[in-house]
Design a protein around this ligand. Sequence first.
Ligand code: UD1
Length: 423
Amino acid sequence: MEKLVIKGGTRLNGDVVISGAKNAAVALLPATLLVDGICTINNLPYISDVKISCKILEELGAKVTWNGNNEVTIDSRNIESSAAPIDMTSKFRASYYLIGALLGRCKSAVVGLPGGCNLGARPIDQHIKGFELLGATVEVIEGKINATAKKLVGTSIYLDKVSVGATINVMLASVLAEGTTIIENVAKEPHVVDVANFLNAMGADIRGAGTDLIKINGVKKLCGNSTYSVVPDQIEAGTFMLAAVATKGDITVKNCIPEHLDCLTAKLIEMGVNIDINNDSIRVYTNKRPNKANIITMPYPGYPTDLQPQIGVALSLAEGTSIINEGIWDSRFQYTAELNKMGANIINQGKSAVFEGVEELYGSFVEATDLRAGAALIIAGIVANGETSITNIYHIDRGYENIEEKFRKLGANIQRVVEEDIF
Ligand code: UD1
């Protein structure tokens, strides 16, 4: 078993280059199943969710060629199967995008129920509602989602909840449907726009991505023959921005889209942090404890739930008392118990937590309870006095490329250690 060992007490300093967005990449890869041709995707983050997505595409009959760590060429002309291997789909959440993509391409999809971070109940009823309105029959049998359709026909779909996954999945199922599909109350996250841009680059006709309503005019075929670059990861960028705040450091986050982080930069200014914004970079610097702040997580352009644990570390060290209300997930505060082991003073009840700011944290043995919790604990370990060991780091590897190398370049003393299993 691997763990991260951090010798803390470091102020981070320097530049970090942001990778392509995990949550875009894990949707773009299944989307290539809709392409009756060859396409190349670059700026892919080299993370385990991406590697496994590519393996699944190969199992389905696509030819996947890696051109280095961050680019793949995918030939989906000869898709042989619409049944995804269940042992692989259960490893991550975004495997649900295979349902929309295979349904669109083959009019049939058999996909195991998705895995991923345990953030509380993660229903996919809105995905299923969309597929059914397009004409599919969807059944969940023995842990597998079985979707079939004689044909898919465009229609109006109103999502009851703003859902990233449902928006993208229904969009995937609609691009080759007959006629026009209108999806209302959709998610507006940058990765939703990225998937629409990719599909349009391949020949789809999708309008309105990034607004509340997406209109998809079905086309007969997506042709490929082009190269697409994954949007920069706003969550990775935000993670490093918050690392600068917590460590009272000075970090320039490069290769990001600053507008995607407006919500975070506004909050950091409120917290007394210095921010310089350029075309594709943001410098975050401070030499004092941040001011207290209150946060409520919401769909984009609200404060992202995926940056909640990371700002939780900064607020643990803030002057005064802060409150975070989690607006998306039921179990997003598991990291607070770990931070309390490091000397934080956080009281969590349900979907709210009160952070009584402390002057310092100290090293401890902690567990990455999920992906973003793991990133938050790395930041905490870098700030803390003494040594911190973080276990269950496979969560972190699902979503961050070369994370310890990137932190090391900023001055952190962080090592990956392979530990013999005792039991
Ligand atoms: C995606 C992200 C995840 C992020 C989340 C919210 C990926 C792979 N994961 O997850 O990192 O935390 O967006 O920004 O992109 N809901 C329903 N029914 C549904 C679908 C969702 O009730 O059919 C609810 C969920 O329980 C949740 C809310 O809607 O409360 C938002 O979920 P959704 O946006 O779908 O999250 P994911 O796509 O799973």
